[in-house]
Design a protein around this ligand. Structure first.
Ligand code: EPU
Length: 338
């Protein structure tokens, strides 16, 4: 395992912003991680496991030991006629993994097609799209403590999954490197077509009884039509979370607007669409030099080329305070700021 210094991270974050890692190593085996932990007893840097860089905003050079995850491998742990349990190494690309499961006749993840990131980062923010969240398929997650090198496997019920949330964003944040994810998928299709955009797309295609592959194809199409491709325009998907607010906030908004998109949340509360709020605030398509708000999806901030991380951060701060003033709603960032 090589120890690289002043490693350029421009191609390792989907915003495509410039930043250097003081130290960096490519991780291709569990032993590599154990080596890093051992050597770090002398080097004493903060260790930072990087996924595919699709949910971070780098606002400065990274004074840490960045680990690039290339742990690969998928094995079947057990299967019967109805289900299959898989163990997947954390460095596998999420979307390629979803396509692989569909090819094998393993179903359930089709709605989560084309989400950027790695299998190992999927539980951290409990990725979700079109009515499905990854938490419904994860059995357990295995990880290594960065301080002690101890290996632990955590069962789903102890991961405290929530909307774009888990123990890995809270108690375990910065303390671990996720190595393996174990999931159970169906071998008989059980499709989920409750989400409006998906229903509309399948109707357009005249598909009445969709297969998981039909759903995956429709999801890929809808995502590609609304979300910018990071290889062309730098972005990290939804920059903010959809805010969960008291019913009274929705009531006030309904006095001002005819159709306010909203979704059920915990008791007495409701989830609003941050993209809708940002659009109503007049920000959709806004551009300030090299950075801006995506033209087709206001929840996505973009880097048009030479934008700096701080410029994107400043833009997000302006949006947060404007939405607070205009609608009394506090937006929270979904991406990790470094
Ligand atoms: N909307 C607007 N203007 C916009 C964007 C959205 O009015 O610019 C309205 C839409 O018309 C719709 C509502 O807001 O009524 C919700 O929009 P959409 O269906 O596009 O989904 P979203 O809430 O903006 C969430 C996830 C996405 C996921 C989609 C589809 C979050 C933070 N984002 O977006 O996830 O793909 O639903 O399920 O929950 C991501 O996390 O990076 C991501 C892309």
């Amino acid at each position: 395992m090589e120890l690289k210094q002043n490693f350029d991270l421009t191609n390792y974050n989907t915003f495509g912003v410039q930043s250097k890692a003081e130290l960096c190593s490519i991780i291709s085996s569990i032993e590599d991680i154990q080596n890093v932990i051992e050597q770090n007893k002398e080097i004493k840097k903060e260790i930072y496991p990087l996924g595919s860089g699709s949910n971070i905003l780098l606002t400065q050079d990274v004074d840490k030991w960045v680990l690039i995850n290339q742990l690969k491998g998928i094995i079947v742990l057990k299967e019967n006629e109805k289900e299959v349990s898989l163990e997947v190494m954390s460095g596998e690309d999420w979307h390629e993994f979803v396509l692989h499961t569909l090819d094998q006749g393993y179903y359930g993840l089709e709605n989560l097609s084309l989400i950027p990131g790695l299998v190992g980062t999927s539980p951290i923010q409990n990725i979700g799209a079109y009515g499905v969240e990854v938490k419904d398929f994860i059995d357990s997650v295995e990880f290594i403590y960065l301080e002690s090198g101890k290996v632990e496997e955590l069962d789903n019920r102890y991961i405290h999954f929530g909307y774009r949330d888990s123990i890995f964003k809270n108690e375990l944040k910065g303390k671990i490197f996720i190595t393996k994810v174990r999931l159970t998928l169906y071998k008989e299709p059980k499709v989920n077509v409750k989400y409006r955009a998906l229903i509309d797309e399948l109707e357009k295609r005249s598909i009445k009884d969709p297969s998981p592959k039909d759903i995956s194809d429709a999801v890929i199409f809808v995502r590609q039509s609304k979300l910018p491709d990071p290889s062309k325009i730098g972005n990290s998907g939804s920059f903010f979370k959809n805010p969960i607010v008291d019913f009274s906030v929705l009531k006030t908004l309904k006095e001002r607007f005819e159709n306010v998109p909203n979704y059920p949340a915990e008791e007495g509360k409701v989830k609003l669409a941050a993209g809708w709020l940002i659009e109503k605030g007049g920000w959709k398509g806004f551009r300030d030099g090299n950075v801006g708000v995506h033209v087709k999806q206001a929840l996505v901030l973009v880097n048009y080329g030479n934008g700096k991380g701080v410029e994107i951060l400043q833009l997000s701060n302006k949006i947060i305070s404007d939405i607070e003033t205009k609608f009394g709603v506090s937006l929270e960032r979904e991406v990790n700021i470094i």
